[in-house]
Every structure is written in C-alpha cells, then in structure tokens.
Design a protein around this ligand. Structure first.
Ligand SMILES: CC(C)(COP(=O)(O)OP(=O)(O)OC[C@H]1O[C@@H](n2cnc3c(N)ncnc32)[C@H](O)[C@@H]1OP(=O)(O)O)[C@@H](O)C(=O)NCCC(=O)NCCS
Length: 208
C-alpha cells in the first residue's frame, strides 16, 4: 500500500450511502438497525458524534467513532473532552499509518477539545481494545479497574483502563463513573463490553 495514494477519510455521520456502516462497523455483522444503536445515534449525532471511514481503493479498511464525553458510548466525564468510542484498522491494512491518520483527522476536527479519552483492555479474552495498541496511538492510562464478566469466562479477571490524550497543557483529566461502567455498553454490538438486553442483568461486570 503506497501511503497517500487512493486513501480517503469520509465522514459518514449523515451520509445515507454508508448508512450500513453507521450501524454495523467493520465486523461482518449483517446490517440491521439495531434498536439500542438507533437510540444511541438518535441522541448522539445531534450532540457532536462522528463516525468516519478510511477507504483505500474503494475498500473500507478502517473506522473511527467519537463524540463529546456527554454523548459518548462510555460513562466518561470531562469538560471539553472528546471520547473515542472506537478505532479500528483491519489487519491487512495495519502498520501503514492509517490508525494515526484517523486519529489526526479526529483531533484536527475537534480543535476546542482539551483532550481525547478512550478505554482500553488488558487480559481480556478478545483481541479488541488492547491497551498497548491505544498506547501506540499516543494515549496514556490514567485510571483502571479490574473486573470479571458475570456470564462469560467467569472467574477470569481483566482490566479496563481509562486512557487519555491531552491536546492542551494544564488541563483537568477526565474521570469515569465506574459503577455505570460495570453495566457494560450498548452503543455497539461488536464491542467486547457489549451488554445484550436478553441477559436481564443490571451489571454484566463485577469487580475482581
Ligand atoms: C490500534 C490500530 C487502530 C492502529 O492502526 P494502524 O493503522 O496499524 O496504526 P499506525 O500504522 O498508524 O501505527 C500507529 C503507531 O503504532 C506503531 N505500530 C504499529 N504497529 C506496530 C506493531 N505491531 N508493533 C509496534 N508498533 C507498532 C507505529 O509505528 C505507529 O507509531 P509511530 O507513529 O510512532 O511510528 C489498529 O492496530 C487496530 O485497529 N487495532 C484494533 C483496535 C480495536 O480493538 N478496535 C475495536 C474493535 S471492537
């Protein structure tokens, strides 16, 4: 892959041509307007949510999704803080600077943000949201909680990190609502902390 050729980043937030990607991300999940996702988008788009795709030779190979903290998919709290819900570059396109380009596109588009927050995982059984990958993008861990899932891989502990990438000096770091985090997330079906409604649980995670 030659670095700058035939690569474009497209904001699909309000683009009906890419509506499927607004709902299903890069995971091979059939397109469906999932109710929880629809509710999330209905609320978040008007409050500054964006989803962008990186397209190489007409093939979607990466994505980034972010929103101001109060409209994000996580219980992260911070003034003028933008939360990256997700970033993903497909394995076959990794290592060509696309992750950093998506990140730069987000930071350049959010000039009033004092910084960018995200979450990351360590020792989770899935290959997703790994802390070292978020660190390679420039994020640093500022807090963490060790948890176990109530129904999957029971008894296995993994750690969730609050990650931070400030873009201004001397700014307050974000915080998070840990009890709410234990409920999991419902903005994305493919997320490793996804809370399916059918579980009929208040919290899907508990502290280790
Ligand atoms: C994190 C991720 C987005 C990075 O994308 P990428 O396009 O491979 O990243 P880049 O090529 O822009 O590289 C970013 C930095 O990491 C470094 N890097 C990339 N791969 C590396 C590797 N295997 N080992 C060490 N460093 C590496 C690069 O050198 C670069 O650092 P630099 O700018 O200082 O040189 C990608 O690995 C990914 O999608 N991971 C999965 C994320 C995930 O779980 N998403 C949620 C799905 S539910």
């Amino acid at each position: 892959m030659k670095p700058n050729s035939k690569i474009r980043i497209v904001d699909i937030t309000r683009d009906s041509d890419y509506e499927g990607y607004l709902y299903r991300c890069l995971a091979p999940i059939p397109f469906k307007k999932h109710r929880k996702r629809q509710e999330y988008l209905g609320n978040a788009i008007a409050r500054g949510f964006h989803k962008k795709l990186v397209i190489f030779n007409d093939e979607v190979v990466g994505q980034i999704e972010y929103a101001p903290a109060e409209a994000s998919g996580y219980p992260i709290i911070g003034d003028n803080t933008v939360v990256m819900n997700c970033i993903w570059v497909l394995r076959r396109a990794k290592g060509h600077g696309l992750g950093k380009r998506l990140l730069a596109d987000m930071t350049e588009g959010e000039k009033n943000a004092v910084g960018f927050a995200a979450i990351a995982l360590e020792n989770h059984w899935s290959p997703w949201m790994k802390k070292e990958q978020m660190e390679r993008l420039g994020f640093k861990a500022i807090d963490s909680v060790e948890v176990t899932h109530k129904t999957k891989h029971q008894g296995e502990c993994f750690r969730i990190y609050l990650m931070w990438l400030p873009t201004m000096k001397n700014v307050s770091m974000p915080t998070w609502d840990k009890p709410r985090l234990l409920r999991g997330v419902d903005f994305c079906l493919a997320h490793p902390l996804y809370h399916p409604e059918k579980l009929k649980l208040n919290e899907i995670l508990e502290k280790c």
